[in-house]
Ligand binder design. Sequence first.
Ligand code: I3P
Length: 106
Amino acid sequence: QEGLLGRKLDVEGSGKKASNRSWNNLYCVLRPGQLSVYKDAKSFGQGLTFHGEEPLTLAGAIWEILSNYKKKKHVAKLRLTDGSEYLFQCKDEEELQRWSQAMERA
Ligand code: I3P
């Protein structure tokens, strides 16, 4: 599973509220057990992750659809075992379901 998603870091691994809270449109690539982000499909082709970010480890992570999130639609929260939390925004409900199923399988 791969494609463009909005992403925002909400809580850092230390448990503190992230200082950079803006959304980025990122090319997200889900492989078994890990999620990698790239600036776009071209960067993905070159193997260059966004800002050199390491893949997120999905073992033990929780993906939760935020039905009550008022500011944006089709948003889900990914909470990692290190305590960090990311929000992901899909373009529509179908994409959200697709990513949710892929996350459950990853
Ligand atoms: C953030 C940006 C985000 C917003 C966030 C702001 O400001 O406007 O879109 O998240 O609100 O802090 P900046 O770009 O200056 O970092 P939402 O779109 O989810 O509201 P927040 O601090 O309430 O997370």
